[in-house]
Design a protein around this ligand. Structure first.
Ligand code: PEP
Length: 251
């Protein structure tokens, strides 16, 4: 059975006390959300252990926003998968467009990161999406297909049970421009087909595919009504507990 998920990517926002307050508010309001909808929050690294504490006893799972491509050692400034798991994470986001764009994250690095995350029993929220130039050139299907092929095709069908794909058109992230439900649905259907061709129909049927990019309470219902959109990866609107929960109530 395909899981519905609403995940909040807090990016580089909130101090630790602000993050704890936000997590507590999300945890408290999560009781209002349908049982079938999984909730995840991804605060900055510095907040993870305290946010884990704040979420205890609630249905809200904890995710990191990234992980190191090595297990331990002399990699100043990096955070390894075992550290994330021991801080209470059960997921990590990988391949977010901001990491690809600003920190030079490549497909090769992502293969390593996905490998390590899965080995540490972390679920992976793997982000794909085209930029505006690629969309305008009509290359969005090709770009997204390649991003999936170049990384996820290195893994097995069994591994895919712990992978969620997030389609996030770069032109819609933080811009207030959302992909229309039709635009999002057609690329989600393409992603599911790519997954089916490589890993089989059942894996594709069970795969949770999230939409991300200026998703908010006012547009979530229309997006989530599409047959291949199984939830959202939420940036800006995840910083307000009421908005985040309203999005989760949009199924
Ligand atoms: C994101 O970057 O994951 C995202 C979806 O951001 P926003 O919702 O702010 O567009």
């Amino acid at each position: 059975m395909r899981k519905h998920i609403v995940a909040g990517n807090w990016k580089m926002n909130t101090t630790v006390p602000e993050g704890i307050e936000l997590a507590k508010a999300v945890a408290a309001k999560s009781v209002e959300t349908p049982e079938s909808v999984g909730l995840i929050v991804a605060p900055p690294f510095t907040h993870l252990a305290s946010v884990a504490e704040a979420l205890k006893g609630s249905k809200v799972a904890l995710s990191a926003q990234n992980c190191a491509d090595h297990t331990k050692g002399a990699y100043t400034g990096e955070v390894a998968v075992d550290m994330l798991a021991s801080a209470g994470c059960t997921y990590t986001i990988l391949g977010h467009s901001e990491r690809r764009q600003y920190y030079g994250e490549t497909d090769q690095t992502l293969v390593e990161k996905v490998k390590l995350a899965l080995a540490a029993n972390l679920g992976v929220i793997f982000c794909v999406g085209e930029n505006l130039e690629q969309r305008e050139a009509g290359k969005h299907f090709e770009v997204v297909t390649d991003q999936i092929k170049n990384v996820l095709f290195q893994f097995s069908a069994e591994d895919m049970k712990n992978v969620v794909i997030a389609y996030e058109p770069v032109w819609a992230i933080g811009t207030g421009k959302t992909a229309s439900a039709e635009q999002a649905q057609e690329i989600h259907a393409c992603i599911r087909k790519v997954v089916a061709d490589q890993f089989g129909a059942q894996v594709a049927e069970d795969m949770t595919i999230l939409y991300g990019g200026s998703c908010k309470p006012s547009n979530a219902k229309e997006l989530f009504a599409c047959p291949d959109i199984d939830g959202g990866l939420i940036g800006g609107a995840a910083l307000k507990a009421d908005d985040f929960i309203a999005i989760a109530m949009s199924f």
